[in-house]
Design a protein around this ligand. Structure first.
Ligand code: NAD
Length: 342
């Protein structure tokens, strides 16, 4: 029997590259597509296509398998998006690109898939950023159950695009009889995620700041009492795979319920690193006041629980980012391809 086949869009990014590894470990034949190759390790995809998914004909081309593999893919994972952490999403400077680029990708993917006589099962990665800002004013009691999404009022254009695209995927599911699965990710983190350059998210940014500092102060954006929950990458991938195997067609949260303030996240990283450095809260983009995943629905449908505590996940992430920081210091000192001892 032939292997099952999967197309991973955004396979050069953080979650997409981890999904490729997981699908390969499960025996899938995988094609990855992205504007770039994964930054931190070689792709494990059988085929990797560099393509801009804002181009409709490119999308149609990558959705078609070669003769060897027959018609189309069994599964498509749509992770490609123009996104980043608070410094990218909440300043307002990238709103037009974020909305245009991501919406165009999703419009193209669905239009091309709708033309297949035997369309693949599709996963779409939405975000906790779709939840109304009015429900997330109290850092201690944010409301993020799936049914609280409407009346809609996300706090960023990134969130509005995700909400639009959720509706787009559901419309195509209804009108073109597509099998669509959608999850709202809540802050996924772990090794091999962006850790510098402006698109990094809070856990990676915190690890980098702590790894780089030996004295002085660590700056934390906002008052520091804003809360979030963070989910370790392996737990995210497991949840997505279960959703794809399940009968669940409801939109579900994929996140952790271990809520923590941003200052306490910074303190956790300092503790992991064994460093004593003062925190300083400075004005900066911070998003909603509080956010936590509500896992009642995913528990009910998928019997899924996250297995990494935040401390365990941050430990692994800190070790990886600290090694990246060391490598980049070495490169600056000895040159890019020069090993210290050679
Ligand atoms: P990422 O930025 O690491 O990966 C996205 C990838 O999409 C990048 O590699 C990028 O090059 C690619 N891409 C962007 N525009 C493209 C284009 N025009 N053509 C081809 N490829 C293009 O992000 P990630 O953290 O891996 O997130 C994956 C998905 O999950 C995204 O849709 C994101 O919005 C969603 N999400 C992530 C989180 C999180 O915490 N990481 C939270 C909520 C939702």
């Amino acid at each position: 029997m032939k292997n099952k086949t999967a197309l991973v869009l955004g396979a050069g990014g953080f979650i997409g590259s981890h999904m490729v590894k997981r699908l390969k470990a499960e025996g899938y034949w995988v094609r990855g597509v992205d504007l770039k190759y994964p930054e931190f390790s070689d792709t494990e995809a059988d085929e990797f296509v560099i393509a801009d998914l804002r181009n409709q004909s490119k999308v149609t081309t990558v959705l078609h398998l070669t003769e060897t593999y027959g018609k189309g893919f069994d599964e498509v994972y749509q992770f490609a998006a123009d996104m980043g952490g608070a410094g990218y999403i909440f300043t307002g400077e990238h709103d037009a690109d974020v909305m245009h680029n991501s919406a165009t990708i999703n419009l193209n993917v669905l239009k091309s898939i709708s033309l297949f006589s035997s369309p693949p099962k599709i996963f779409y990665s939405s975000s906790a950023c779709i939840y109304p800002k009015g429900n997330q004013l109290d850092p201690d009691n944010p409301l993020c159950s799936e049914d609280s999404a409407y009346p809609a009022d996300p706090d960023s254009e990134y969130g509005w695009e995700k909400l639009f695209s959720e509706r787009l995927y559901r419309s195509f599911a209804r009108n073109y009889d597509l099998d669509v699965r959608i999850a709202r990710f809540h802050n996924i983190y772990g090794p091999e995620g962006t850790w510098e350059g402006g698109k990094e998210k809070a856990p990676a940014a915190m690890c980098r700041k702590v790894a780089e500092a030996d004295s002085g102060v660590i700056e934390v954006w906002g008052k520091g009492d804003q809360t979030r929950s963070f989910l370790y990458i392996d737990d995210c991938i497991e949840a997505v795979r279960r959703l794809m195997h399940s009968e669940c067609v409801e939109i579900i949260n994929i996140g952790s319920e271990e809520m923590i303030s941003i200052n306490n996240l910074a303190n956790m990283v300092l503790d992991i690193a064994g460093k004593q450095i003062e925190l300083r809260n400075v004005p900066g983009p911070e998003g909603v006041r509080g956010r936590n995943s509500d896992n009642a629905l995913i528990r009910k449908h998928l019997k899924w629980e996250y297995t990494h505590s935040l401390r365990e996940g941050m430990n692994k992430t800190y070790l990886w980012i600290a090694s990246q920081v060391d490598n980049s210091k070495e490169e600056k000192t000895y040159g890019k391809n020069t090993k210290k001892n050679s």
